[in-house]
Design a protein around this ligand. Structure first.
Ligand code: ZN
Ligand code: ZN
Length: 160
């Protein structure tokens, strides 16, 4: 997806560039994502936070309640309020919203999750793994992505 790695909000105040391919791309059909997007699902490119290079603007964090009582931090353009990425728990990983890429067709889901609440009129391809809820990333992610994840999750005080 090298040529398709830039994106931004609707008004152009926020522009970003992904400095590598994502770790993995989730298509989430959960009720939280449906409500947040006002649509059927969200396409999240999971990538290290330091690989999301901001070219313009400063996305503003908004804490949004989820059904389980937790909060999800969604980063929005301060001007047009379009959500460009979000963060669940760990700040080391960003979930970049695939539809904000300049070329959304440059990325396709590696997995479909929370299909238990998938809208019935959506038919998923047989070629992409799909799960009722979530999945074991160790079983599904490529080895290189698992290594990248391990690298950012390593304790900061470890010099080994
Ligand atoms: Zn904007
Ligand atoms: Zn979701």
């Amino acid at each position: 997806m090298s040529a398709a790695r830039e994106g931004g909000c609707a008004c152009g105040a926020v522009r970003y560039r992904l400095t590598s391919d994502p770790l993995f791309t989730n298509c989430c059909h959960c009720l939280n994502c449906q409500r947040q997007t006002g649509s059927a699902f969200v396409i999240n490119l999971l990538i290290e936070a330091d690989r999301v290079e901001l070219l313009a603007g400063a996305p503003q964090p908004v804490d949004v309640p989820r059904d389980d009582g937790s909060k999800q931090r969604i980063f929005r353009c301060p001007t047009c309020q379009v959500a460009v990425f979000s963060q669940y728990g760990r700040p080391e990983v960003r979930f970049v919203r695939g539809g904000t890429l300049d070329q959304p067709s440059g990325v396709a889901p590696d997995v479909h999750i929370f299909t238990r609440s998938k809208l019935s009129w959506i038919t998923l391809p047989d070629s992409v793994p799909a799960f009722e809820v979530y999945y074991d990333i160790k079983a599904l992610w490529p080895a290189a992505s698992l290594e990248r994840l391990e690298a950012i999750m390593a304790p900061a005080n470890s010099d080994a």
